[in-house]
Design a protein around this ligand. Structure first.
Ligand code: UD1
Length: 419
C-alpha cells in the first residue's frame, strides 16, 4: 500500500491546473446508460472512483475506453441492471445507476450502501422519490430491487437537499410520462452540470441549480459528447494550501463562482485573493485570523472542504468553531491532527480549535477522502516529516495530488510501503 511522505515548512508558489470534478463526472457517466449509443467525456479526472463506475458499467455490458482524461463509452449493449455489493461498498456513488437503469431497463437491482466512515448516509430520499415516480421498490437481501412498467411524472419534496438523490431522481424522471417537480432540490454546481448534459441529450429540465427543478419527460434521448466541469473541492484544497503555507498560488482551470463561500472565508483569515480571467490567485504570508465556519448545502460552505479548512484554523491566531451540519461523523481527521499537535476539542457536531504556532510532523493514517487531503495539508505546514498511510482514500478523489504539490515546491513523495 502506498504512503505519502512530506517534509513540511515550505511556502508553496506557482501555478496549478485543477482537474475535472469527480462528483460531476460520476453522475454524468451514469447518465450515459439512459440511452444506447456512443458518448465522449472530456476532462475526466484519472481516479479510483472513476475506475469504479467504469467497471460497474463494463460489467453491465457497456464498452468503456479511457484515453488519458477522455473517456469513450458505448452503451448500446447494456444488458444487465445490477450494481453488486462489492462495488457499492467500495464507492457509495454507485447508487447513481439506480435512476437511469430504472428509466431505461424498467428495473434495477442495486446493493444498499450501508454505513461509511463519515456517517450512516441513508438513501431513503432516493427511494421515496422513485416510489412517487411509480417504481415498485423492495428491499431484499441487502439490495434495492426496483421495477416499473412506466415511470410517471410526480411532485417530489426532498426533506433534505440530497446531492446524489437529486441526480438520481432527475435521471429517472427525464424519460417518465409527464412532468416531475423536485422541490428542495440540491443546488450544487454538479447538479446543473448533469442537467446540462441531459438537456443536450434531448431532455427537458428547467431550474437545475435552484431549489425547484422541473423535468418534462421526453420519449427519447440521444448520446452526446460533453466536458466535465472543474473540481471546486480540488481548487479549494490548493487555495487553502496557499494560505496555510504562506505561499502564492494561481489556481487555474477553476470556476470562481463555485468557490464563493470559501473565498469569503479565506479573505477573513487574512489571505489575499484575486479572481482573474485565468484563475484564482491566493497569497498567504501574513497573520492567519481565526474564522468560524458552518458547513451547509451549496451555496453554503462545503462539507468536503471542512477538514482542509480545519488545518488552517489549527495554526491560526485565536479560537474558532467549525460546525459540521451535513454528516454526523465527519471529524475523524481530528484525532490524527491532534497527533500532529493541533489543539481541537469536539462537542457534538462542533469542533473548537485553538490555533497553535506550529504543527509537528508525525505518522498518520488517512480515514476518508477529504480527511486524507487535510493530512496532506497538515504535513505541508508541519515541522519535520509526516508519513501518511492508507493513501488509497486520497486516490479515490484527487488526481496526482502529490505531483501537483511537488510542482508548487513541496517536498512530497509517494512510496510503496513495506508489506
Ligand atoms: C454528495 C457528494 C459528497 C458530498 C455530499 C454533501 C457525490 C458523489 N458525493 O454525497 O462528496 O460530501 O454530497 O455535499 O456527489 N440523506 C438522507 N437520506 C437520503 C440521502 C441523504 O438522510 O436519502 C442525508 C445524508 O445522510 C446527509 C445529507 O442528507 O446527512 C446530505 O447527503 P447527500 O447530499 O445525499 O450526500 P451524497 O449525495 O451522498
Amino acid at each position: 500500500m502506498d504512503e505519502i511522505i512530506i517534509e513540511g515548512g515550505t511556502p508553496l508558489s506557482g501555478e496549478v491546473s485543477v482537474s475535472g470534478a469527480k462528483n460531476a463526472a460520476l453522475p454524468m457517466i451514469a447518465a450515459s446508460i439512459l440511452t444506447g449509443g456512443k458518448f465522449t467525456f472530456r476532462n475526466v479526472p484519472v481516479l479510483r472512483d472513476i475506475d469504479s463506475i467504469e467497471r460497474l458499467l463494463s460489467d453491465m455490458g457497456v464498452a468503456v475506453e479511457t484515453l488519458g482524461n477522455t473517456v469513450h463509452i458505448d452503451t448500446a449493449d447494456l444488458n444487465r441492471f445490477e450494481a453488486p455489493y462489492e462495488q457499492v461498498r467500495q464507492m457509495r456513488a454507485s447508487i447513481l445507476v439506480l435512476g437511469p437503469l430504472l428509466a431505461r431497463m424498467k428495473k434495477a437491482r442495486v446493493s444498499l450502501p450501508g454505513g461509511c466512515a463519515i456517517g450512516a448516509r441513508p438513501i431513503d430520499l432516493h427511494l421515496n422519490g422513485l416510489s412517487l415516480l411509480g417504481a415498485d421498490i423492495k428491499l431484499s437481501h441487502g439490495y434495492v430491487e426496483a421495477s416499473a412498467k412506466k415511470l410517471k411524472g410526480a411532485e417530489i419534496y426532498l426533506d433534505l437537499p440530497t446531492v446524489t438523490g437529486t441526480e438520481n431522481l432527475m435521471m429517472a424522471a427525464v424519460l417518465a410520462d409527464g412532468v416531475t417537480i423536485l422541490r428542495n432540490a440540491a443546488r450544487e454546481p454538479e447538479i446543473a452540470a448533469l442537467a446540462g448534459m441531459l438537456n443536450k441529450m434531448g431532455a427537458d429540465i428547467k431550474g437545475a441549480g435552484s431549489p425547484i427543478i422541473t423535468i418534462c419527460g421526453v420519449k427519447k434521448l440521444k448520446p452526446v459528447s460533453t466536458v466535465v466541469i472543474p473540481d471546486r473541492i480540488e481548487a479549494g484544497t490548493f487555495m487553502v494550501a496557499a494560505a496555510l503555507t504562506g505561499g502564492d498560488i494561481l489556481v487555474k482551470n477553476c470556476n470562481p463562482d463555485h468557490l464563493q463561500a470559501l473565498i469569503h472565508k479565506l479573505e477573513k483569515t487574512g489571505a489575499k485573493i484575486q479572481v482573474r480571467d485565468d484563475g484564482v490567485r491566493v497569497k498567504g504570508g501574513g497573520r492567519i485570523n481565526s474564522v468560524d465556519i458552518r458547513t451547509l448545502p451549496y451555496p453554503g460552505f462545503p462539507t468536503d472542504m471542512q477538514a482542509q479548512f480545519m488545518v488552517l484554523m489549527s495554526v491560526a491566531n485565536g479560537f474558532s468553531v467549525i460546525s459540521e451540519n451535513i454528516f454526523e461523523n465527519r471529524f475523524i481527521h481530528v484525532s490524527e491532527l491532534q497527533r500532529m499537535g493541533a489543539d481541537i476539542t469536539i462537542s457534538g457536531n462542533h469542533a473548537m480549535i485553538k490555533g497553535v504556532p506550529k504543527l509537528s510532523g508525525a505518522p498518520v493514517m488517512a480515514t476518508d477522502l477529504r480527511a486524507s487531503a487535510s493530512l496532506v495539508l497538515a504535513g505541508l505546514v508541519a515541522k519535520g516529516t509526516t508519513r501518511i498511510s492508507r493513501v488509497y482514500h486520497l486516490d479515490r478523489g484527487y488526481e496526482a495530488l502529490e505531483k501537483k504539490f511537488a510542482r508548487l515546491g513541496a517536498t512530497i513523495k509517494r512510496v510503496r510501503a513495506k508489506a
